[in-house]
Design a protein around this ligand. Structure first.
Ligand SMILES: *[C@@H]1O[C@H](CO)[C@@H](O)[C@H](O)[C@H]1NC(C)=O
Ligand SMILES: *[C@@H]1O[C@H](CO)[C@@H](O)[C@H](O)[C@H]1NC(C)=O
Length: 303
């Protein structure tokens, strides 16, 4: 075997190539860093527990919606997720989903069926079911019974069809004792954004809502979260079947706060971190044909 002799020029070239490779690797690592909000939310100590209440019901897109939500919950370690099904019993679909997401320890699975006598009320026959009332109230009962007034917590109503940024939960962590945090919601009420209006002292004076602006609190369910102590202080704060469409938010908020006490978040209500998206109902005409023939595309498969 002959010895390898390197000339000084060859050594320099090898060193230069080596340095370029090192720089490339370091640079790539930096590009792959987690976003800032993810790193800060990874520290669980010292943060309030965010009780995220999700009313849900069985329909073809249910698992897709809940899977999307579960990924947000997985990224925010101080969320306790309360899923309440509009059914007589909790379902294995939801149990499986929580198990596979590793969320069993920080979730609660409840069921509360909407009473039938309420299902056909209302002026608009297409809006006959005040969906979510029974389920959200069941979750509020669970929270009031299973937490104490001294616990640090925040309660948020996280419907299963909206789109949530992880950053929204960082904002909820800032909600002060005995206060309700508010922020803009995208794509709701016929507007690109429905948002609180602040005066020059950053106090909420109203909302830009175009749909039923006369409501005491004209905002969407996704646009606020309540400090847990307020729910212990005001046990009468619940949702109601008796109120008109669009008044559920006002119904609970009127018991716990007033307009000027609302805490503006999301960069003084200048950022949109939640969108009132709605999933299109899938066309299942072929599935219907199969069903009539006594068959199905999903025998033994949970979709
Ligand atoms: C209810 O929905 C049906 C079918 O989509 C529609 O034809 C009807 O106009 C709707 N009724 C009201 C009051 O909106
Ligand atoms: C509180 O939690 C316990 C244990 O999970 C449960 O058995 C009880 O029903 C809860 N309370 C309410 C009001 O749901």
């Amino acid at each position: 075997m002959g010895e390898i002799h390197l000339r000084p020029r060859q050594i320099i070239i090898i060193v230069v190539i080596f340095v370029v490779i090192i720089l490339f690797i370091t640079n790539t690592r930096q590009n792959c860093e987690f976003p800032k909000y993810y790193r800060s939310s990874a520290r669980k100590d010292d943060l309030p527990t965010i009780f995220a209440i999700t009313p849900t019901y069985y329909r073809p897109v249910q698992k897709a919606e809940l899977t999307r939500l579960s990924h947000v919950v997985m990224l925010v370690p101080n969320v306790h997720w309360i899923i309440v099904e509009d059914a007589d019993h909790t379902s294995s679909l939801v149990t499986n989903l929580l198990q596979r997401a590793g969320l069993v320890e920080r979730s609660t699975q409840l069921s509360a069926k909407t009473p039938t006598q309420f299902k056909l009320q209302g002026k608009d026959p297409n809006w006959s079911k005040p969906r979510g009332v029974e389920q959200r109230n069941a979750a509020l009962r669970w929270i009031r019974e299973n937490t104490s007034k001294d616990d640090r917590g925040v309660v948020y109503f996280m419907d299963d069809d909206n789109a949530y940024s992880v950053e929204l939960f960082e904002e909820m962590n800032k909600i002060q004792a005995e206060r309700v945090g508010v922020w803009p919601v995208g794509l709701v009420g016929g507007l690109m954004v429905e948002k609180p209006i602040l005066n020059n002292e950053n106090i909420v004076t109203g909302f830009n809502a175009a749909w039923r602006p006369e409501r005491p609190f004209p905002l969407d369910m996704a646009g606020f979260a309540i400090s847990l102590d307020l729910l212990h202080k005001r046990p009468e704060a619940v949702f109601s079947f008796e109120v008109e469409r669009g008044y559920q938010e006002s119904e609970i908020l009127r018991h716990v706060t007033v307009l000027k006490e609302l805490q503006p978040l999301a960069n003084l209500c200048k950022e949109v971190l939640v969108w009132h998206t709605r999933t299109e109902k899938p066309k299942l005409t072929e599935e219907e044909k199969l069903r009539k023939a006594g068959k199905s595309s999903f025998d033994g498969i949970e979709v």
